[in-house]
Design a binder for this molecule. Structure first.
Ligand SMILES: *Cc1c(COP(=O)(O)O)cnc(C)c1O
Length: 369
């Protein structure tokens, strides 16, 4: 049988998976139309509603990773010719823009320096000017460590009949994601970040307003697999066979969500904050500096510039992996080779993890200690 080392996962995801989640993953497979699996789907939906803090009926785990959820929302919400405003301040904003373009949207991008966020006034002015049908932004940009405020945008978007879309792949269950309170119309996440589940499902939620847009579409959704009307009927209502849900991944997500709610969202957010503060102190002491806007830094993803003692960053990360089983992320896109991305996600956001990370860094960098 396949044999693998046990890694400490502190990159941009996947994150460490709790033993109970791995146990759920290895439960006996059952049929996807089995009444017991329907119960699992219902409970996954109810728990997702709690974690998203929403009453949206259309809340489900899209089959596929976070990128599938992003594509599900863009394919269903953007019709050919729809004007879209997409914030691009990192890799994932760029991907959202590309998905909206492929769906036929007339895409207008708003750019910001990597590591910075969009000021609310600037966003509101663009929304007034363009009156877009879809406004999409990344809440937690995993490529840059920046946290985008979302709480002041919905009113302006809705005033012109638009929809507000959020990528909360990295933030969900590590930071407050208040879908209903912030007036978010559609959001997608992923299982392998702060939910601490293996990759494979993408939680999505859509407001009644967003579903109204889907119902009124003039053209069919390009993707059959991600067509929300079909997938929605599979997850609720008629339970009509559409595709075969990854059964055991849904078991794993069920257990991951149960653990999140057992801990409590507020306690979980506080744990992520505390681990981040501890890591930040340790890194600053060792000559690292933060590369993201200090007022808008993510707790679960730390983007740092390297101390001068690190000349070949890829070789140092390789040593951390080989000698300490520690995975740390390199820079993505234009930050490749320049920065590290240190993840403290879900099950990995603990004092014990931070100590292990700092000890390993000390061991490979005695001069920087
Ligand atoms: C990880 C991530 C994605 C993509 O998710 P995949 O699971 O890799 O498909 C999208 N957006 C953000 C912000 C992410 O961190």
């Amino acid at each position: 049988m396949l044999s693998l080392p046990v890694r400490r996962l502190h990159g941009p995801g996947p994150s460490p998976v709790a033993p109970a989640v791995l146990q759920a993953l290895s439960l006996p497979c059952i049929g996807h139309m089995d009444p017991e699996f329907m119960r699992v789907m219902n409970e996954v939906r109810e728990m997702l509603q709690q974690v998203f803090q929403t009453e949206n009926q259309m809340t489900l785990a899209c089959s596929g990773t976070g990128s599938a959820g992003a594509e599900m929302l863009m394919d269903n919400l953007v019709e050919p010719g729809d004007r879209c405003l997409i914030g691009v301040n990192g890799v994932f904003g760029g991907r959202l823009a590309e998905k909206a373009r492929r769906a036929g949207g007339e895409v207008h991008t708003l750019e910001a320096e990597w590591g910075q966020v969009f000021e609310t006034d600037r966003l509101l002015a663009e929304i007034e000017r363009l009156q877009p049908t879809v406004v999409a932004l990344v809440h937690a940009e995993t490529s840059t460590g920046a946290l985008q405020p979302f709480d002041q945008l919905a009113e302006a978007v809705h005033r012109h009949g638009g929809l507000l879309v959020m990528d909360c792949v990295t933030s969900l269950s590590g930071l407050p994601v208040l879908i209903d309170e912030w007036g978010i119309d559609a959001a997608y996440s992923g299982t392998q970040k702060c939910l601490s589940c293996p990759p494979g499902l993408s939680p999505v939620t859509l407001s009644p307003r967003a579903m109204e847009k889907v119902k009124r579409r003039r053209s069919k959704v390009n993707s059959w697999y991600l067509d929300l009307t079909l997938v929605g009927d599979y997850w609720s209502g008629s339970r009509a066979y559409h595709h075969t849900a990854p059964v055991n991944m849904n078991f794993a997500l069920h257990e991951a969500l149960r653990l999140v709610l057992e801990e409590g969202l507020e306690a979980r957010f506080a744990r992520h904050r505390q681990a981040h503060e501890q890591l930040k102190r340790g890194l600053l002491d060792r000559g690292f500096s933060y590369a993201s806007d200090p007022d808008h830094s993510l707790p679960m993803l730390n983007l740092v510039n390297l101390p001068a003692a690190i000349a070949d960053e890829a070789a140092v990360r390789r040593r951390l992996l080989d000698e300490f089983n520690l995975e740390i992320g390199g820079g993505l896109g234009k930050l490749a080779g320049k920065c590290w991305r240190i993840g403290l996600m879900g099950h990995g956001a603990t004092e014990e993890s931070v100590t292990a990370i700092l000890d390993a860094i000390d061991a490979v960098l005695p001069a920087a200690g």
